[in-house]
Design a protein around this ligand. Structure first.
Ligand code: GDD
Ligand code: MN
Length: 380
């Protein structure tokens, strides 16, 4: 038998007894070494009679989660490890894991045991009953998230759930869940359109299906969200801002990518930095406006570069020597963007349009230019 015998190693494909997994379980992992083996045994225990494989997608965690997974894969043939370098991101890890799966059903579960794997057979049952997507929910009548969340995090989660309901267009109690099963053929249909940024893979699958008129029979199974087994959560303010970027992008029907919206928000914050620096410098060197303007411009560009590097492009963050090369390239590109801004704004002004319109058109022109060109050369 392929799965469901916690004591034995798995049969080899050549001995005739092997049956393919009907469920691929994707486990995104960053610094989860202490959780992986115990999670596998819990899955094995819960999934009696359901052939499964566990695919850990690890972003080269410093704690050696990938080595640990590979050690286990030598023991159990239904464990695989995808190890990614120079990349970070929960959604993109899930997408790569799901894209590598061959089973007809694909699940995602966190490595830290917060999701109750014992409801997986019920979730599989609902899939066999005709569902396209089954969500493990912390927020239906019989479920709770109290044990796994602080009260502040719980409030934030409720707010995010409400914001999400505005873009899903249907009542789903936990669209931010990181625990679900989807039919692989459905996933394969939407995969090319999914956002690789942030944490919200499930929400994105639902919204992209809606946008492409793909029918989804969604069911929810309640469970009690547990506290983390070992290690620490990777949720932080960056993830929250990334969620807002994705949400705004979904509000535009996906026409504006989340990365462009985040890039523009960063640009706006750069204007504040510019004005503050300019104010300070003209106070110090009152006569020499141009010195203040040059230093303020460089400060704003540097600010924008570092903020984009850790927020907009956190999944492909530049480090070491590439960081400094990236900063110089970014400043050069944005200087060209500045020239484009001034030329477009002046031309529009000369055509007789009002100052605010000309100014706005110039600013828009340079954001599109800076965004597109730095995406090609700086954050490839
Ligand atoms: N490969 C990879 N890369 N995995 C990651 C990354 C990353 O950059 N960041 C987090 N993970 C993995 C963690 O190792 C864990 O297995 C899982 O993703 C969830 O991360 P946590 O850090 O434990 O998130 P959480 O518990 O705070 O958030 C949970 O609730 C959110 C909604 O409130 C998760 O279930 C999220 O998926 C969910 O959206
Ligand atoms: Mn967690």
């Amino acid at each position: 038998m392929f799965a469901s015998s916690s004591d034995a190693t798995r049969a080899e494909p050549s001995n005739g007894e092997w049956s393919p997994p009907s469920l691929s379980i994707i486990v995104p992992s960053f610094n989860e070494r202490e959780n992986i083996e115990a999670l596998f045994h819990k899955l094995d225990e819960a999934l009696v009679g359901i052939p499964f494989e566990m695919i850990v997608v690890d972003d080269n965690s410093p704690d050696g989660s990938a080595e640990e997974t590979k050690r286990l894969a030598q023991k159990y043939s239904n464990i695989r490890c995808i190890r990614r370098f120079d990349r970070r991101g929960l959604s993109s890890a899930c997408i790569e894991g799901m894209a590598s799966a061959a089973s007809p059903l694909v699940a995602v579960i966190d490595a830290d045991h917060q999701h109750d794997e014992r409801i997986l057979p019920k979730m599989v049952e609902a899939m066999k009953d005709g569902a396209d997507l089954v969500v493990g929910s912390r927020y239906t009548a019989d479920a709770t998230a109290d044990a796994g969340f602080s009260s502040l995090r719980l409030k934030g989660s409720h707010l995010a759930t409400w914001l999400a309901s505005l873009v899903t267009g249907r009542p789903i109690s936990d669209p931010m869940s990181g625990f679900f099963i989807v039919r692989r053929d459905r996933f394969d249909e939407v995969a090319p359109h999914l956002s690789k940024e942030g944490f919200k893979i499930l929400l994105d699958i639902i919204v992209v299906c809606r946008r492409n008129d793909i029918e989804l029979d969604i069911r929810e199974i309640p469970y009690q969200f547990r506290s983390r087994h070992a290690g620490e959560s990777k949720m932080n303010s960056l993830v929250v801002v990334q969620f807002l970027g994705l949400w705004l992008s979904q509000l535009t029907g996906g026409r504006l990518p989340a990365s462009f919206l985040l890039f523009s928000l960063v640009g706006l914050s750069g204007v504040a930095v510019h004005m503050a620096a300019l104010g300070l410098l003209t106070m110090i060197f009152h006569q020499i406006f141009v010195v203040g303007q040059i230093v303020a411009t460089i400060s704003a560009m540097t600010w924008n570069f570092f903020l984009n590097n850790s927020l907009t492009y956190s999944d492909r963050r530049l480090k070491g020597p590439a960081l400094w090369k990236g900063l110089i390239g970014f400043c050069l590109i944005c200087s060209l963007g500045g020239i484009a801004n001034i030329s477009v704004a002046s031309a529009i002004f000369e055509f007789g349009h009002q100052v605010p319109i000309a100014g706005l058109a110039g600013a828009l022109m340079s954001s599109v230019f800076n965004y597109s060109v730095t995406r090609i050369f700086t954050w490839k």
